[in-house]
Structure formats: structure tokens, C-alpha cells
Design a protein around this ligand. Structure first.
Ligand SMILES: Nc1ncnc2c1ncn2[C@@H]1O[C@H](COP(=O)(O)OP(=O)(O)O)[C@@H](O)[C@H]1O
Ligand SMILES: [Mg+2]
Length: 295
């Protein structure tokens, strides 16, 4: 096992108590260090269950979860350590937030880790500032908007300085400006050295943001790779009921002759990249007639 894998799962099976079908079946995957990964797949395919398994909240019926090469064990101490290293932000902040006020909630995980009071205070203060929550510090959680609750959840996880951040559909129910702000925050988190794995339905976000893409279907991992490998086949993605990112569809609609000598790796992933490509197509137009034949 290489050191570039943070979290690895091999042959995982998990069936919820009383459920007829397994939520996860024979799932094997490695979450790379240093990357921004997304986990795609339609509702009910097992994304959230995988996350619960990844930080020890669900114990697999079969198979093993490895953290930095070591099999996860399920005693209290090991689980505390695992949950410090693997931060999980649940989709529904109501399930994540436990304490009365914002500051109390952010301190909860630190207290659980048994840190001294003074250190807890300092870290909470820093997290409040970093996530621009200082003004809300003493606000009861039930008075917050959903967007604010989600920020508090993220702050409460990041305050433990995890090495891997798992985000379960973090953009669900956020408006466009809240989503932009979250993405900026994730950029900072990633730059500071935390690997991120985000479960999402947002193909556009997956296309423009991810370094690595996992696709699950019916409890299994069915595809993985870089965005330009995984998110380019309309047929395959249609079969998984996912569809194609708009930027990919647009690229595929361009005349073939424009894209000569280009590969899927050249498909733009941002508006700036589109500008650069379009400027290039435009400049080629001015070259001498027949330039394509001479190549
Ligand atoms: N607490 C639970 N008890 C029983 N079945 C569950 C529970 N949570 C999820 N499931 C089932 O497990 C499967 C995977 O669900 P989930 O991991 O939530 O998928 P996703 O996050 O991809 O939507 C689904 O069939 C779902 O109905
Ligand atoms: Mg889910």
C-alpha cells in the first residue's frame, strides 16, 4: 500500500439492520492524498453509508477499512483518533449539531478529544474567525439559517484539523452565492493540505472542481478516474442516470475540425479556459488557407 492513499476500503459489505438489500456490496476503493475527489451516484446508491463506514460510524459486515495503511479497529480510542483524522460533514446539519450555541457546538469535538480548556478556547476562537462566525458565536443553533448551520458543521469538523474531509452533499439547498463561498473555503482547506472527498449530484461542480471522480451504483464502485476520463461518455453516464456536464456536452457539439489534435484532456473546465480555447480557434482561422492539410 502506498503512502499516497489516505483511506482505503477493500471488499466492504454493509446491510442496515432489518434491510433486505445491502447498502454497500463488495466495495473497494482508495481515496488519494492531496486531491479533491468527488463521489457521484444516484440517490440510494450508498454514498452516505460509505462515508459513515469511512469514519467508523458504521462497522462493515465484511471487508476492511484502512486508514493510512492500518486496518481500522473499533475500540473507543481508535475511533476517536480516526474521527479526528477523518472529518465527516453530514448532509443534514440538524443531525450534526449537538450543542446549544455556535461556539459550544464547535468546541464539542475538541472537548471529546480531551484537550485542555485553554486550547479548546483558542481553537474555537480561531475557527469562528476563519469561518466568519464570530458574530454568531453565542447564537442558539435553532436561530440560524440552514446555510449558517452548514458553516457551523464545517467549522466544527475543521477545528479538529482532519487530514481527510468528507462532505456529504454540501451544496444541497445552498443558493449560488453560498455555494461559491463554500467552494472558496474548500479551496483554502485543500491548499492547507487537507484531502477532500465530496458526495454530490452536481455534475458541473464535479467537472470544474474535482481532481478525481468516483462513481457508485447500487452499493458498488463502478467508475473512477480523472474528470476527463470519467465524465465524457454520454452513453455510460446516461446508463448510470447521471448525464453529461454542460461544458463537456458543449465541447462535443463543436465542429470536429476545430478540435484537431486535441484530446479530452483539453476540454475546458472553467470559463477562463473556454476563453483561451476559443481565442485559439479564432486565431487559427486567420492562418493561411490549407494550414490543416500541411500538418
Ligand atoms: N438507516 C437506514 N436503515 C436502513 N436502510 C438505510 C438506512 N440508511 C440508508 N439506507 C438504505 O441504504 C441504501 C444506501 O443509502 P445511502 O447510503 O443513504 O445512499 P446515498 O447517500 O447514495 O443516497 C439505500 O437503499 C437506503 O434506502
Ligand atoms: Mg446520501
Amino acid at each position: 500500500m502506498t503512502t499516497t492513499t489516505l483511506l482505503q476500503a477493500t471488499g466492504l459489505h454493509y446491510t442496515y439492520p432489518g434491510a433486505k438489500e445491502p447498502a454497500i456490496r463488495d466495495l473497494t476503493l482508495s481515496v488519494p492524498a492531496g486531491k479533491k475527489s468527488v463521489l457521484l451516484g444516484r440517490n440510494g446508491c450508498g454514498k452516505s453509508t460509505l462515508f459513515l463506514t469511512a469514519n467508523g460510524l458504521c462497522r462493515p459486515d465484511e471487508g476492511t477499512v484502512f486508514w493510512q495503511g492500518k486496518p481500522v479497529t473499533y475500540d473507543r480510542r481508535s475511533l476517536l483518533a480516526l474521527r479526528r483524522d477523518v472529518g465527516l460533514v453530514l448532509q443534514d446539519p440538524e443531525q450534526q449539531l449537538v450543542a446549544g450555541t455556535v461556539a459550544e457546538d464547535i468546541s464539542y469535538g475538541l472537548c471529546n478529544q480531551g484537550l485542555p480548556d485553554r486550547e479548546v478556547k483558542e481553537k474555537v476562537q480561531a475557527a469562528l474567525e476563519r469561518f466568519q462566525l464570530t458574530e454568531l458565536a453565542d447564537r442558539p443553533l435553532h436561530q440560524l439559517s440552514l446555510g449558517q448551520k452548514k458553516r457551523v458543521s464545517l467549522a466544527g469538523v475543521m477545528v479538529l484539523s482532519p487530514q481527510l474531509l468528507l462532505l456529504d452533499e454540501p451544496t444541497a439547498y445552498l443558493d449560488p452565492s453560498q455555494t461559491r463561498r463554500l467552494i472558496e473555503e474548500l479551496e483554502q482547506i485543500h491548499q492547507a493540505g487537507t484531502a477532500i472527498l465530496m458526495a454530490t449530484h452536481d455534475l458541473e461542480l464535479a467537472w470544474s472542481w474535482a481532481d478525481w471522480v468516483f462513481v457508485m451504483e447500487n452499493g458498488r464502485l463502478v467508475m473512477q478516474g480523472e474528470p476527463h476520463e470519467v465524465l465524457v461518455s454520454a452513453e455510460e453516464l446516461e446508463a448510470l442516470q447521471l448525464g453529461l456536464p454542460q461544458m463537456v456536452a458543449l465541447w462535443q457539439a463543436l465542429p470536429v475540425r476545430w478540435k484537431e489534435q486535441m484530446t479530452n484532456r483539453d476540454i475546458p473546465r472553467s470559463i477562463d479556459e473556454w476563453r483561451a480555447r476559443l481565442a485559439m480557434f479564432d486565431s487559427r482561422k486567420d492562418e493561411k488557407p490549407g494550414y490543416l492539410l500541411k500538418r
